[in-house]
Design a binder for this molecule. Structure first.
Ligand code: GAL
Length: 413
């Protein structure tokens, strides 16, 4: 008996070393449909890499990546909601940890998967955003850093712009002036959700981490002078952006840097994955800094996957989220995606100079929720997105601030 147990243990350890997930109950077969919105450069490659690992581990399953194009899930979330309401959810779907997954939990869409991950390897701050009342409902695959300023290195070198101080708002504005005078678009900007994304960083910069956090729990009203400052700064920044921004996806805006047309872009580090997919090298072709005013803070954007209660292939979905929780999967996905692992145990030799910077920043910064990526009350985030997009075409600071305050009241804050 002792011998049998020893042999079984050896097999289990062997499989763990090979990174093969242990069986998750019943046999895992059939089709497994996963809804996501990773269609841009870098994102597609990262998903393909993790899919290859999954298929190698579960050869009897057919993974179907049902992509819905549209950055930040702007389109996917609607498609998903329609399917969930019709009782026809995919077997698993991309969701942001934080208030976005909380809405699914409260609506009863997802089932607890607490048994599928080891809580000791995930930072509490991350796991808390994935669960509710002691249960975990989604597995985080990464941590993205939305408040990052991307810089075309060749152009700033040509213009003599010093990079280390660009996180200072006034220094950044002076750099934009210089870029504009030299005929460049200073700030590449995209469609509506990217404007809201930018506003998140600007609010954080104007209010600081405590004030910014307070906006989302109602302890700081939107009548705060920090919000006035944020709106004024937003007006200034949009004055340096490309006029056609409403028509551009986030990756088309990032491409303006690659093409040498624009100098800066404030975007999450999925842009890092995009730049690399376009052949740009971190530290050589592009450099980065905290978005103006936000040094010392890290906005959390965490992609995760859960298991819907009505999933057709529940065992397959459980195998998928269990795979995602493994360090092997996270170390395959994140170096390509431009994000850092959501858990401990990363092989740092696989991560480039930017990602090591982000890992350190994640470990040492104030962690704050994301406005545009599911970190705060969804209805409020939607209203703020509408208000700020009207604001950039008609910049009435007092009027926009009144509307923001009303939106927070409407959201129950
Ligand atoms: C975010 C998501 C990222 C990336 C980005 C652009 O919401 O968390 O993984 O996909 O949108 O679409």
């Amino acid at each position: 008996m002792k011998r049998i147990i020893t042999i079984l243990l050896c097999i289990a350890v062997g499989l763990a070393v090979l990174g093969v997930p242990a069986a998750v109950g019943a046999k895992v077969t059939g089709k497994l449909e996963i809804v996501h919105w990773w269609t841009a450069g870098g994102e597609g490659e990262a998903l393909d890499a993790i899919a290859a690992l999954f298929e190698a581990n579960y050869p009897e399953i057919e993974l179907i990546g049902a992509s819905v194009a549209g950055g930040a899930g702007t389109v996917a979330k609607g498609v998903l909601q329609t399917r969930i309401l019709a009782g026809n959810p995919p077997d698993s779907f991309q969701v942001h940890a934080g208030m976005e997954v909380r809405a699914h939990i409260l609506a009863g869409t997802l089932e607890p998967i607490t048994d599928l991950l080891d809580p000791a390897v995930f930072p509490k701050a991350v796991l808390d955003l994935c669960g509710y009342e002691g249960e975990v409902y989604c597995v985080p695959i990464n941590v993205h850093r939305p408040n990052t300023l991307w810089v075309n290195k060749e152009v700033v070198d040509e213009l003599g712009i010093a990079i280390p101080t660009l996180s200072d708002f006034n220094v950044f504005v002076a750099a934009c002036e210089k870029a504009k005078a030299a005929g460049y678009v200073p700030l590449a900007l995209g469609e509506a959700w990217t404007v809201n994304h930018l506003f998140g960083s600007v609010l954080l910069g104007a209010l600081g981490p405590d004030g910014y956090r307070g906006l989302w729990d109602g302890s700081v009203p939107f009548t705060d002078p920090g919000v006035t400052l944020a709106l004024e700064r937003m007006k200034t920044l949009v004055g340096y952006a490309n006029e056609d921004h409403a028509a551009l996806s986030w990756d088309a805006a990032a491409q303006m840097l690659v093409d040498g047309k624009a100098v800066f872009n404030i975007m999450g580090d999925w842009a890092e994955g995009y730049f690399k997919a376009k052949g740009w090298e971190p530290g050589v072709d592009f450099v980065w800094a905290s978005a103006p005013g936000t040094r010392g803070s890290f906005i959390l954007c965490i992609d995760a996957f859960g298991v819907p209660k009505d999933a057709v292939n529940k065992e397959g979905a459980r195998a998928w989220v269990k795979t995602i929780a493994s360090i092997e999967a996270q170390d395959i996905f994140n170096p390509v995606k431009g994000s850092v692992p959501a858990r401990s145990g990363a092989d740092k030799s696989l991560y480039d100079v930017y990602l090591i910077w982000s890992m350190n920043d994640f470990a040492t910064s104030e962690l704050v929720p994301s406005l545009a990526h599911g970190g705060v009350l969804e209805a409020l985030a939607g209203d703020i997105g509408d208000i700020i997009n009207i604001f950039v075409t008609k910049p009435d600071v007092a009027g926009a601030q009144r509307s923001l305050n009303q939106a927070a009241i409407d959201a129950g804050l």
